[in-house]
Design a protein around this ligand. Structure first.
Ligand code: ZN
Length: 215
């Protein structure tokens, strides 16, 4: 089972990927991580990539494909792969199809955690946490029972992430759309895109993804 998991920041993609790794023995393949690991391990492809990067050039699609091939053949990838941040272009998507095809595999699903941008802005900009125990709160949906006091630990200190503001959320959404726009039509045409409501609870999203994978 090989999938691509797509979702803008705030849709819970990281949580879902970690769960699939835990529960299904899948591996999460992020090209950035793979590249760093291959360079560090000094694999043939890693050495090639290192030379290119030291020359200040971009790592070519051919090198990235070779890296992914190396990784798909490793024993820990036998439970299937979750591609993260790759492919980014139609050429890369076609290269990935060839890589999988050479191994008698295919890309089974592209699962997109779909979000409503306005609802996402509302969700993210209102959230804050207890500075002491980390309990999560929200301006509109989950205020502490006693104003200014954490329900769990009684602390009076709370904090907000600096990038949890509307402008930052809209910028991240625009970046996400820019990254997925080149590949979604390719996969839509193949009929492999499954959209899951990324605004639902973690449990509901998990269940919806499991239904897709087990169908
Ligand atoms: Zn607390």
């Amino acid at each position: 089972m090989n999938i691509i998991l797509l979702g803008p920041p705030g849709a819970g993609k990281g949580t879902q990927a970690a769960r699939l790794v835990d529960e299904r023995g899948m591996v999460q393949l992020s090209t950035g991580d793979m590249l760093r690991a291959a360079v560090k391990a000094g694999t043939p492809v890693g050495l090639q990539a290192k030379a290119v990067m030291e020359a200040g050039e971009l790592v070519s699609d051919a090198i990235v494909s070779a890296l992914i091939g190396e990784r798909l053949d490793s024993t820990d990838a036998q439970g299937g792969a979750i591609f993260d941040g790759y492919p980014r272009t139609q050429a890369q998507a076609e290269a990935l199809d060839r890589l999988l095809d050479e191994r008698g595999q295919k890309l089974d699903h592209v699962i997109e955690l779909a979000v409503d941008e306005e609802a996402l802005v509302d969700r993210i900009t209102g959230r804050f946490t207890c500075a002491s125990c980390g309990e999560g709160y929200h301006d509109r949906y989950k205020q502490p029972l006693k104003a200014g006091t954490c329900d769990v630990c009684g602390s009076h200190e709370f904090k907000r992430r600096a990038d949890d503001n509307e402008e930052s959320v809209r910028t991240r959404m625009a970046e996400y759309r820019g990254k997925t726009a080149p590949i979604l039509p390719y996969y839509d045409a193949k009929g492999v895109v499954r959209r899951v409501d990324g605004m639902a609870s973690v449990e509901t999203v998990s269940k919806a993804i499991d239904e897709v994978l087990d169908a």
